[in-house]
Design a protein around this ligand. Structure first.
Ligand SMILES: N[C@@H](CCC(=O)N[C@@H](CS)C(=O)NCC(=O)O)C(=O)O
Length: 201
């Protein structure tokens, strides 16, 4: 039995999206982020974070790793690409999203929405907005002349990266300078499986 721990109001939404996209049966345990450091959750993930996947005793954490594992084990082409080269590209875009984009988006989120007003640093938010220009330009260029990151079909590369970039919508990041990336993000996040994942507790 597959179990996914973590509320959809957290990075767990990414993994719920992958589970929905793959059409898998699973149990969702909507652990709140405030309970991520509970003794029960620490047993599953010593980092004290969600999401956590338990696939019949195989316990994994890190949202991107969970999604690549799920797609690799249960997915078919085009969601899990047929060629080794395209799988490499899926890993590339997942790592890129986590290292080149997510930290800036989190900085905007924290300093404009999450932190108590007296702890927010607007200068840090402005710097993070500026820092997103480079990665967005890279993404825009990569998407020119193609529907999705690997070609004409939606794949796990798109799911993972657009799930990370969904924070851009949350913080109302102006993406008008990179219209191809903006349109791609809207298309990915418009999928029924994403909407289903976000509707869960
Ligand atoms: N890199 C990890 C980050 C996990 C993470 O920081 N999760 C947050 C929720 S979005 C969390 O559990 N926060 C609660 C805490 O750290 O106490 C991943 O992508 O899975």
């Amino acid at each position: 039995m597959i179990k996914l721990y973590g509320t959809s109001k957290s990075r767990s939404a990414r993994c719920l999206w992958a589970l929905e996209e793959l059409g898998l049966k699973y149990e969702h345990i909507p652990v709140e982020t405030t309970k991520a450091k509970s003794p029960e959750n620490l047993k599953l993930n010593p980092n004290g974070h969600v999401p956590v996947l338990d696939d019949d005793g195989t316990v994994l954490w890190e949202s991107m790793a969970i999604n690549l594992y799920l797609a690799g084990k249960y997915g078919k082409a085009p969601l899990w690409p047929a060629s080794h080269e395209d799988r490499g590209r899926a890993v590339q875009w997942s790592f890129w999203g986590m290292t080149e984009a997510e930290p800036h988006l989190i900085a905007i989120l924290r300093n404009r929405m999450l932190l108590p007003p007296e702890q927010r640093n607007e200068q840090a938010a402005v710097a993070a907005v500026a820092a997103m220009a480079g990665p967005l330009k890279v993404l825009d260029g990569a998407l020119k002349g193609r529907d999705y990151l690997l070609g004409k079909d939606f794949a796990i590369a798109d799911l993972n990266l657009s799930a990370i970039l969904s924070f851009a919508l949350l913080v109302k990041l102006d993406m008008s300078a990179t219209p191809t990336a903006q349109a791609w993000l809207g298309k990915c996040l418009g999928r029924d499986a994403f909407k289903k994942a976000r509707s869960l507790p």
